[in-house]
Write a protein that binds this ligand. Structure first.
Ligand SMILES: C[S@@+](CC[C@H](N)C(=O)[O-])C[C@H]1O[C@@H](n2cnc3c(N)ncnc32)[C@H](O)[C@@H]1O
Length: 208
């Protein structure tokens, strides 16, 4: 099987060997992906090598966005596309609903929202940094991505209780997490299956 929406070759990159190992296992029947360790600001790729670069859920980990975008510009071909997917403070601040479960995290624990919003770039910051690094924004899209469909509330509860490692939920004590799960259950209980969606912003830019 081939991955990457028709791409001949895909390079999947992360600076964590653990994450690359998980991704490799997930894609074990795909034959056109190379898994490579690399840093957002130093990808160890040649200049002008890449047609399309996707950075999904990465930029909120990056303190120096300008260096990250300079590196993107360096490795892209002329007219190459740079796609960034992340959450803005507005995406993070949307209220909870029967599909937007994350919103309940912040309704129940407002202390989490400051931390969450602080690590997110605004659309204006992304746009101005793209411009400063010589990349042209051609489109900005808001996008609801299905995270998971939970057939029953119990599946969602187990999922939430195990989501602490790389999630904002690692900020909560075990008791707070249990209380949150109960709060969410009260809000969505009667609506199985639960289609859990997250709101993202996608910026599509082009190398000039
Ligand atoms: C929220 S996860 C997203 C993983 C994956 N990109 C996805 O969309 O599912 C963020 C990832 O960024 C990686 N990461 C964080 N800082 C990085 C950096 N400076 N360079 C490369 N990878 C980085 C982490 O190891 C982690 O796997």
């Amino acid at each position: 099987m081939r991955g990457g929406s028709g791409a001949q070759q895909v390079i999947a990159m992360d600076f964590s060997m653990e994450m690359l190992k998980g991704a490799k296992e997930y894609c074990n029947d795909v034959d056109n992906i190379i898994f490579a360790q690399g840093h957002a600001v130093n990808k160890n790729l040649d200049e002008g090598e890449i047609d399309v670069l996707l950075e999904r859920a990465l930029i909120h980990h990056i303190s120096d966005l300008e260096s990250c975008f300079h590196e993107a510009n360096r490795i892209l071909k002329s007219n190459g596309k740079f796609i960034i997917q992340d959450r803005t403070p507005e995406d993070c601040s949307l209220r909870g609903s029967t599909t937007h479960i994350r919103g309940y995290f912040f309704q129940k624990y407002p202390k989490l929202i400051d931390k969450e919003v602080k690590r997110r770039y605004s659309s204006e910051q992304v746009f101005s940094t793209l411009r400063e690094t010589g990349l042209n924004l051609i489109q900005e899209i808001t996008y609801w991505e299905t995270r998971k469909i939970h057939e029953q509330i119990d599946q969602l509860k187990i999922d939430l209780l195990n989501r602490t490692g790389r999630s904002i939920l690692h900020e909560l004590t075990d008791q707070e997490l249990e209380d949150l799960v109960e709060f969410i259950e009260q809000n969505v209980e009667k609506l199985e299956p639960i289609k859990e969606e997250d709101r993202w912003t996608i910026w599509i830019a082009e190398k000039q």
